[in-house]
Write a protein of this length. Sequence first.
Length: 103
Amino acid sequence: MITLTPEAAKQIRFSAKEGNLEGLPIRVAVTKNNDGSLHYGMGFDDVKEDDTTYTTDGVDVVVSETSKDLLSGTTIDYVELEPGNPQFIFMNPNDPNYKPPAE
């Protein structure tokens, strides 16, 4: 399962509207680099035959069979880590470089 925070879902809906892509799901993909780290990608796309679809916070998210296991349990947020530079971040327990946020 992939979860979007309310801020991430809001930004995805805004991007879909701005790009006239409303109605298309957001595809989330991941590949494993040679050093074991993960590289993420997102974009609006059609659903393919072997995809898994999740609906989270009103947004349809599709994941290919090859990315599904590596993305299991991931939460996507949209945050401003540096002033004036908001970005999507992937909190993925399957990523060897992931450190849970301090509580």
